[in-house]
Ligand binder design. Sequence first.
Ligand SMILES: [Zn+2]
Length: 445
Amino acid sequence: MVDANRTLILPLETPTSDEHERFHRTVEKYQHCRKRAREYCWQNPKQPDDIVTSKSEVEDALYHDLREETDELHANLVQKAIKDVTNAMSAAKKAWKRDERISKPTWDTSEAWVMTYDTRAGTFSKHNARFATAEATVELAYQTPSHLDGTLYDKYVLSTKWELTTSKLAYRDGQYWLHLGVKRALSDQHWTARVNREVSNAPNEDTSRVLGVDLNVKGWTAVTSAGGFHGNADYLNHRRDQYEALRGELQQTGTRSAYLRFHERAGTESAWFDEYAHLVSNAIIEDALDTRSTHIAFEKLKGIRKRMSNLPKYQQWLFGRVQEYTEYKATEHGISVVYVNPKNTSKGCSHTECRTVSDSNRGEKQFECVGCGRSWNADYNAARNIGLRHIFDSLLPASQTCSSGKTTCQLAFISGVLSVTERDVSHVSKEWMSTDKPTALAVGS
Ligand SMILES: [Zn+2]
């Protein structure tokens, strides 16, 4: 199950001075736990892997001592203090691995502080929250807006659809804030759109529907998350090889007529490639219209180049053209074209309840998930991941900060088809390909 998560920042009513003191004594103990965990995780590391980032390791080593040293601070506050530290240590370790400048993470508590409360140490309800402290529980009401309609508070806190979850209590300059976490489980159902040209559930204004597109140098040139398989990259490569062979021949001949013949052929060739790019982009647009998508997501070309180190120049050119033509045509239909980071799009499982990323997941043509055992056409899996990437990285985070933002995000995909073979595909531009099928796969590796 995938959760959609949001954080809402709510101002809290001012506590009494007695309650304020209680929070202060609590945060001192919380800070003590962080300091001890910090010393444990960061012992003069010489390399990134020397930093301890495992929460369970730190808990095993320190938890009982910390409960004692803090006169039995709430167990879940001790755990969250440790987790704050291991989270920061993980971030520092990753940054170090990227060769960024890092320093030992610190937490200041004098002017401003933050404590993490899960639903055992804190109780979050629609109008107030109760916090465990070193002594008794303190209850603080939310300072709610005077007009509720359309506010985030109305949408997430008063709504029954969202569950209130682990949150942060923050204090700064005399004001208390709750960084209230809310979550909602999303099943695959929420992403579903049928491609069978009977998509009746047109997205309303609130819905974003993303069509993911995977571009390839072998097999199908473009595979979409809606189960569209377009173009014939093998034929493209074959044709390109023939062209290169002819060029070599004519260059060796070296006569004027050979020169002219070659230029004529080069013109035909680039017109043919251009037409190919148009046909592929038309097919992508058709898939987007069929599924009433609001967005088309591609991998960034730079990322594709990184992923395929030996990507031929003409394929780069072709991908650029396909993206350019798609963008141009999408504008006419009010569809946005977006570009995502391609990291792990071929290694990750695109089933939204699994999303296991593993090197062993990918087979040559078939994707076999080591996490959930699902098997998909590898390019189709990548196309879904590309669409999901845009949803998770851009649409969902944006909707959390913008009150009038889009709330429903869907991936356009075919339901019920896990494995797509050539036989199953009815979506190919046959009429212009069938007459000229490749006889040999003269594809460079
Ligand atoms: Zn899986």
